[in-house]
Design a protein around this ligand. Structure first.
Ligand SMILES: *Cc1c(COP(=O)(O)O)cnc(C)c1O
Length: 409
């Protein structure tokens, strides 16, 4: 990668623009969309050699594709930026591009856990992850233990009580209360007991938070969100620092489970990644203004935003994140009816599930993303009926505030 560069790059925009290189036979400036299901060999011997070799990206489409490789290399470069591995050398990561965040999580869990094992996780996970644990993994004989991982005593108790735990999976910041978990502290505890640690870094992106810095084993993203950034495709990525493990068991499970990406979505993802830093700076500065505005508004009863000093995880967030991000949730006074009335009155902010797109997205977790959970489970996660989730976009801030003002009237 970038073998011609004689100096280190100083930021993630340069990396996002140049990590993939221009390595294609037609000298195309951008990595082309290699819309092909398979790749040709000149001779039987060449086919044999490619099967034996490490480069699986020019063999068969489910196993890889040069357009996937460009996106994988770029995301791995961002996530490893400035970090060193256990050997003191620049951290090397292996990334596998998937059809969705859910597919990346499936490969992660299925390749590292088997029937009889357990995974330790926490409250307020992404709804799909929670259901994957409780519905799919449970039927495969893999148990999920949920504990408040912000409390290390509770974490240690859970580990001591459940010797079947093999993996600790955390999401920080987490949906939709913006709960944050101390990655360094959880990883130290997990390693004391020889456990693997995986982090869903979707809300933060590698620009705001790099979990590998704290010794975690895996990082995954729904690339559907900030990494693509424009809402043009569904995708996911799974990264690991144990290259040997990534190239053997994780790779095998990935291609056999069949959750591979496709070259069109990989191209859209590459395009989005180029402006990640620019977009995040704007998303974040807008979010601070929105949070302060809502926090001071008499029609709003409370705001969950990790950048507010009143948020219970504010200290953890600012310790491990470059900025507290673009996501928040809040409750308007008057419960569910007032919340629905507020959403219906919005004119600019878009009513849709998902997050991390350039435009502001507003959703109602209790009736949308977390409808799959019982009311009791939702309340345990802090998802009250009137809670509104707000993914701050990059619109001009005055227009977002005007829309909020008229909808809160
Ligand atoms: C969206 C999301 C997922 C699932 O990703 P898909 O791309 O929708 O499959 C997983 N984790 C988090 C935190 C998410 O926001």
């Amino acid at each position: 990668m970038m073998a011609h560069l004689q100096f280190p790059l100083t930021g993630i925009s340069s990396l996002a623009l140049h990590s993939a290189g221009h390595d294609n036979a037609e000298h195309a400036h951008l990595t082309p969309i290699f819309a092909t299901s398979t790749f040709t060999f000149d001779t039987a011997r060449e086919g044999m050699e490619r099967f034996a070799g490490e480069d699986k990206s020019r063999l068969y489409g489910r196993w890889g594709n040069p357009t996937f490789t460009a996106a994988e290399k770029t995301i791995a470069a961002l996530e490893a930026f400035g970090l060193t591995g256990d050997d003191g050398l620049p951290l090397q990561l292996k990334a596998l591009l998937h059809a969705s965040g859910q597919a990346a999580l499936t490969t992660l869990f299925m390749s590292n856990l088997k029937a009889g094992d357990a995974v330790l996780s926490h409250y307020a996970l992404y709804g799909g992850t929670h259901e994957l644990f409780l519905k799919v993994l449970a039927e495969a004989g893999i148990e999920t233990i949920i504990a408040d991982l912000r409390d290390l005593n509770k974490m240690e108790d859970a580990i001591k009580k459940n010797p079947a735990i093999k993996l600790v999976h955390i999401e920080t910041p987490a949906n939709p209360t913006i709960q944050c978990i101390d990655i360094a502290a959880v990883t130290i505890m997990a390693k004391l007991y020889g456990l693997l640690v995986s982090v869903d870094n979707t809300f933060a992106t590698p620009y705001l938070q790099q979990p590998f810095k704290y010794g975690v084993d895996f990082v995954c993203h729904s690339t559907t969100k900030f990494l693509n950034g424009h809402g043009t495709s569904i995708g996911g990525v799974l990264m690991g620092k144990n290259i040997e493990l990534m190239n053997t068991k994780v790779w095998k499970w990935h291609i056999l489970l069949g959750g591979n990406s496709n070259p069109f979505d990989a191209f859209l993802l590459m395009n989005g990644l180029k402006t990640l830093e620019l977009r995040m700076d704007r998303h974040c500065s807008n979010a601070v203004e929105v949070a302060n505005y809502l926090n001071a508004h008499t029609a709003v009863s409370h705001v969950n935003y990790a950048g507010l000093a009143t948020h219970p995880d504010h200290a953890v967030a600012i310790k491990q994140m470059k900025h507290t991000g673009a996501l928040m949730s809040f409750e308007v006074k008057g419960g569910i009816e007032a919340g629905i009335r507020f959403i219906d009155k919005l004119q600019l902010c878009v009513k849709a599930v998902s997050l991390g797109t350039v435009d502001t997205l507003v959703s109602h977790p209790a009736s949308m993303s977390h409808k799959g959970l019982s009311k009791e489970e939702r309340e345990r996660f802090g998802i009250t009926d009137g809670l509104i989730r707000f993914s701050t976009g990059i619109e001009n801030i005055a227009d977002i505030l005007t829309d909020l003002e008229q909808a809160l009237k």
